[in-house]
Design a protein around this ligand. Sequence first.
Ligand code: ATP
Length: 711
Amino acid sequence: MDIPVFAEKQIELLQAERDADITLQTSLLSTLPPTALLRHGLALTNLLPTSQRTGFGGRTIIDLQPDPAIFPTGLLPPHGIRQGDIVRLEVQPGGSASKKEKADAKAAGIEGVVHRVFEERLALAVETTGDEVDRIWSGKRLWVVKVANEVTFKRMEKAMGFLKALGEKGDTTGLVDVLFGRRAAKEVPEGYEKMEVNWFDDGLNDSQKQAVRFALASEEVALIHGPPGTGKTQTLLEIILQLATPPTTSSSTPPTPKKILVCGPSNISVDNIVLRLPSSLPVIRMGHPARLLPQVIKRSLDNLTRTSEQGEIINDVRKEMDDLLSKLKATGKTRMKGRARKEGWDTVRHLRGEYREREKKCVTEIVKWSEVVLATLHGAGSKQLWSEKFDIVLIDEGSQALEAQCWIPLLLTNKSSIQKLILAGDPMQLPPTIKSQTKGSIPKPPRTKTEIPESLEITLFSRLLAIHGEGIKRLLTTQYRMHATIMHFPSQELYNGSLIAASSVAERLLCTSLPYPVTKTEDTSIPLLFIDTQGGLFPEDSSPSTPSAKSPTSESKSNTLEARVVATHVHALIAAGVHPEDIGVLTPYSAQVSLITKLLRGTYPAVEVNTVDSFQGREKEAVVFSLVRSNDENEVGFLKDKRRVNVAVTRPRCHLCVVGDAETVGQGGKGGFLGRWIGWLESAEEAEVRYADVGEVLAGWAGGIEVEAED
Ligand SMILES: Nc1ncnc2c1ncn2[C@@H]1O[C@H](COP(=O)(O)OP(=O)(O)OP(=O)(O)O)[C@@H](O)[C@H]1O
């Protein structure tokens, strides 16, 4: 494959994606009033700054509380601002603010990362000097607004720029050549299957052990294909331990541990690994502390820096800076004025410089001496790792990462030291969401070694498979999540029928397997239920919610009567004793999510209602899957992507209930995965089929349903 052409195409696609991202965000921010932005999770309004202190990297942490005049309870209203979000902090324009006043408020705002979200306050980390904070500090009412994350794009584009230059200069490493199919990957040594391994986790199953042996024996690239619940992360943990602490042998030269960079596309994917690594293994979790799970903070670079010897001096500088800051913050009689105030801010600036310098040295030392460094793919491009030499890069959830993201650890650290890439993922689940992609099209991975991918949806995992074939991959085959019946169809269709349900889960049922009593009913005693709405009496709503100021989600579908069927089934499960938090309702459409949420939230707020795409990687004891589509044209839209259906139907542990129109979905998906799936559900051999009755649905459980007028 022509590397410069590949890199240029990636840059072009990334720019289109960034533009789509910004256009969407800007149009929402410019059309919706603050209250609507709050409702759509894009802003948090009516905040007052209460205190500030110094955090990691010399950043200022600002605490923001709800204005008591608006929120007398002292609690923040329901909002969608999450830890780690990048936001702008601005003075909130009043209802009658002119365009110019709004623009001025925006220009004076500062960018920051949400450090912590509490019920009664938001802590924001800002990369700015104290006097700038002071400028917007003067007791005004503030708001935070989410901003598109351009930094992520910049880093991917930088990696692609590097790649292009390497290709042009002909300066590629052996690994890069393999990853572009310019030469075949070295063969795994024969007999690797019998390799003696001193297992850290002897409970691994055979397919996991073979995957570990394969990853250890491969010299350049190993893919680990982990279908849902098959213990992909468990397998990676063993690989990390084997590489970082090789067993001692009788030979006089002790084996050298490998230096490993472990990455994932999201913070949670990385934290999940950190949490499961033994505390005896010295590891560093890179990344902004605001984005890490509290349980991993002690292994974060931030914490290791603070608790090191050098850290003591750094802490002293920090304290001096904070004391001075609080004097500068003082109001009333003690307010510092004039020259003293100016000198005060100068000293803060100087101390901040000293603080950063010392911290940098300390960080470099810590990173140098750790064998396992964990970061998000994006975080692997941070300055602190630029010259670090890693032997092996290991990426979890590789099929949920953009290819350009995967190149960040491979190129923005010392690339010449990296000999091997171990990539785990499942190309049969959803790839990252691409906003610039034409709706409904499912791009195919390149068919030849030279074909350049035309879409960001083509992941490195699927491209490598297309280039090198199945020989570079090992499949994990025992799943530890769901009842064997729930697993059956995805296994047959997508994983060559090779999945096995572990005996601990193969017969899981709601009425027998939950850690609390659940009554045996016709619903709780079966793993798979299909409630068929065919017959035209449960039509999808005729006017789709199109993008508008009122409903800025993109074109989305809903089905009001089907939503009632879903709510009734949820009610029946809860009436039998299933805890609401163990039930998830999934649907491909955000408009249907809103509709079902409205039906359920008054009585059962703990039932999670979500889109399939947002629920990938998670599980619930019971899942109700609402298909929505029911129309004379047999249009099935989003459902056509088998990866979406696969994700939805592999989330439950004990019970899956599918609600939908077998006619529309079966005909719409005829000849393909979807058609076969509906055929299998209808065949009633494995699933129980019931037919929804409109009269019963309307007369059914409504007592607790909170049906609200559209707001
Ligand atoms: N060999 C095993 N024996 C028993 N339980 C196992 C084994 N391997 C994994 N598990 C269990 O299976 C569950 C899923 O494992 P893990 O989180 O590693 O899977 P995953 O493939 O990464 O999951 P997902 O597909 O959701 O990302 C965990 O509860 C884990 O403890």
